[in-house]
Design a protein. Structure first.
Length: 307
């Protein structure tokens, strides 16, 4: 069982599930709005997105066997603990169940065409693993978009079908907040994907994978990441000033748990050079993403009891 858990990167999947559950059971539930899915149906939506993401990790591990032997020899699963044939069977099963659940939920909300969303996600993850990740920045953008879409999809299935003329304005505000978090998730994950490429530059170069660090070098890439890291910092400060400044606990939370660590990342990336440096910075971004998502809990509680 342990090799299987490493194969699907269960820690990342737990964060994905946590993110979707927090928005539903903290943010949505405090808004006094109708929701389209029953609790067990929403659980199925979470399961579906997690299964498709797990399928993406499996196909990525299958395709990246040689590269991972150079970059992360201790993390290699396919060919060492699980045969390639078995890994493919797991991949197919995960996608079939994930897409099947998506088809069911699309019919539940009477939008059968939405089933194509799940097929498109599975297909994009396959294309990413087999070809898109070898294109400079394209693979990084695709992964970041898919993670951001995991925030948007809960609005598509839980908010949109429950929207009618009487609550259109309220639903639009809530959906716009979801989009704000999706944009935050995109930028942070996009930067993290580049940092992970910096960490894996030697193995990628040896196997002809044309990532940004391979194309322009480690030094130039770190400088680009340095500049990119200011985008979420400025955006969050703008957001705090315009929307959250009166929520004192929320403001403090953002400054200490999101903005502060981001500024620390910005300082450290400038002089980062070693594989260990980039691994630690990638891990730091993962924690910043976690605390960024958790901020919706702080905002909701702060608004309910202090606004």
């Amino acid at each position: 069982m342990f090799p299987f858990l490493k194969l699907i990167r269960y820690q990342n999947l737990l964060m994905l599930a946590f993110m979707q559950l927090v928005f539903r059971y903290v943010f949505f539930k405090f808004q006094n709005i109708p929701l389209s899915l029953a609790d067990w149906q929403y659980a199925l939506l979470v399961v579906s997105t997690v299964l498709l993401a797990a399928g993406g990790y499996v196909i990525n591990n299958i395709v990246d066997q040689n590269t991972d032997n150079d970059n992360k020899p201790k993390d290699v699963i396919v060919g060492k603990f699980i045969s390639e044939a078995k890994a493919y069977n797991i991949y197919v099963a995960l996608n079939c169940v994930g897409v099947g659940i998506g088809f069911y939920l699309s019919n539940v909300i009477m939008k059968p065409g939405f089933a194509s969303i799940f097929i498109l996600i599975a297909a994009t993850l396959y294309l990413y693993a087999t070809s898109l990740k070898q294109m400079v920045l394209i693979g990084n953008i695709i992964v970041a978009l898919l993670l951001a879409f995991s925030v948007v999809i809960i609005g598509i299935f839980d908010l949109y079908p429950a929207t009618y003329e009487g609550n259109q304005g309220q639903m639009a505000v809530i959906f716009s907040i979801l989009l704000d978090y999706a944009i935050f998730t995109f930028f942070l994950n996009f930067i993290r994907e580049i940092v992970k490429d910096l960490e894996d530059v030697n193995g990628d170069y040896n196997h002809g994978i044309n990532t940004l660090p391979v194309a322009i070098g480690i030094s130039r890439t770190t400088k680009i990441v340095f500049v990119l890291s200011f985008i979420p910092v400025v955006a969050i400060l703008f957001y705090i000033y315009n929307y959250l400044f009166l929520l004192i606990y929320t403001t403090i939370y953002f400054l200490f748990f999101v903005v502060g660590p981001l500024l620390y990342f910005t300082i450290k990336i400038w002089n980062a050079k070693t594989k260990k440096d980039f691994y630690q910075l990638s891990l730091l971004l993962k924690w910043i993403l976690f605390f960024g998502i958790l901020s919706i809990v702080v905002i909701t509680i702060n608004m309910k009891y202090n606004a």
